[in-house]
Design a binder for this molecule. Structure first.
Ligand code: 8YV
Length: 306
């Protein structure tokens, strides 16, 4: 069966091309009142915005297929009201995001990027790189203890880290301490790892108070959503040396990254690449295509969110 699919912003071209073989795929910027009524499916990514205004323009819309696990950019309430199904791509990207989180933690603590710049500047010819921060055995606080938070904990055990977490739903997990508040977790952490979902509920969860609780030797890592951290408060804490360092894969206004994060020895930044390995991106694309095929065949969807 062929469908008219509207492609939201920030969706990989390879997936668009693959879907175009059997469907009529239209880009958001050519959406007109004439073709809007034909759109049955929206193809979105974890970074796309699908708000109530867009949903309202599309009377035939039945499915929003998200290429990503996070769907905070989708107005789920508006979709529910219209009985529109939303699918995402959970599980298959968990390992990659957790791997990157650990990589950022090590890069910030051991100053890997800065040490490379030290060589490239020729500074090794005249000196040696200063000692950095030890990670093995230190205290890791995980904010959000879903699939990705738990995968980070599993990896951190390999570094003999003492692990604590703070999450909306709290449950006893062997070998992991559950904290009643974010500030109490931050206070007891050397590294604070943000793995919570985005959206209104977690907006600016990491604020000045939490950063101050983490303290001048603490490191913050964010592989979740830029919206979870108050970016201005973080920049100020970095500038004033009120925290020890930051590793950031996500930002408040992507792809715009405040230049103040650049070229610092204690800040490592990456362009939202948590799930960006070829194997995982291929698996995510396959899952999106399978969800769309199931929808078109009126079969149960593989990974519905609602
Ligand atoms: C992707 C993501 O970068 O899964 C998510 O929620 O944010 C990432 O995996 C994104 O969906 C692809 O644009």
């Amino acid at each position: 069966m062929m469908s008219v699919i509207l492609c939201a912003n920030k969706v990989p071209l390879t997936l668009v091309n693959a879907l175009s073989v059997k469907n009529d795929v239209i880009a958001l910027d050519i959406l007109s009142p004439e073709n809007a009524h034909k759109v049955e499916i929206i193809l979105a990514s974890g970074e796309s915005t699908v708000d109530d205004v867009l949903i309202e323009k599309l009377p035939s819309l039945r499915l929003i297929a998200v290429f990503g696990v996070g769907y905070d950019g989708i107005d789920i309430h508006a979709a529910k009201q219209r009985d529109i199904t939303v699918t995402n791509t959970p599980d298959i990207l968990t390992d990659d995001v957790a791997d990157l989180a650990i990589g950022l933690m090590l890069s910030v603590a051991r100053r890997i990027n800065d040490a490379q710049r030290f060589i490239e500047r020729g500074d090794w010819q005249t000196g040696s790189y200063p000692p950095a921060v030890k990670i093995s055995g230190r205290r890791l606080g995980i904010v959000g203890f879903g699939r990705i938070g738990r995968a980070v904990a599993l990896r951190a055990k390999g570094f003999s880290m003492q692990i604590g977490y703070y999450s909306r739903s709290q449950s006893a997990v062997e070998g992991v301490t559950c904290y009643p508040s974010l500030a109490s977790l931050a206070e007891k952490s050397d590294v604070l790892m943000v793995c919570a979902s985005g959206g209104k509920e977690s907006h600016h969860l990491i604020n000045k108070e939490v950063l101050d609780a983490l303290g001048p030797d603490g490191i913050i890592i964010n592989v979740a959503r830029g919206s979870v951290i108050d970016e201005a408060a973080l920049l100020e804490a970095i500038n004033m040396q009120r925290i020890g360092g930051a590793g950031l894969d996500v930002f408040a206004d992507e792809p715009h990254v405040p230049q103040e994060f650049y070229q610092r020895n204690n800040v490592v930044i990456t362009p939202h690449i948590g799930s960006a390995t070829q194997a995982t991106r291929d698996a995510m694309a396959r899952l999106v295509m399978d969800n769309i095929a199931a929808f078109q065949a009126s079969q149960p969807l593989l990974t519905p969110v609602i």
